[in-house]
Write a protein that binds this ligand. Sequence first.
Ligand SMILES: [Zn+2]
Length: 66
Amino acid sequence: MSDDPIRLPGEAPTAPAGIYEHWCEHPGCSKWGGWGYSINKHTQPHWYCWEHRDDGEALLSGFTRQ
Ligand SMILES: [Zn+2]
């Protein structure tokens, strides 16, 4: 007997409870934004999917070069 959680077919992966649902911010992309980029601790992070995480890297590099 195993205690594996039941995963219903067709059900999307769910975020941990209490985590705000965030999707990739790349224009036209509707994937889950699993990669968060925050300029500093006081600003809201920007979220991007695996494919568009370079957008986040560019976002950060633009602010760290000052
Ligand atoms: Zn994306």
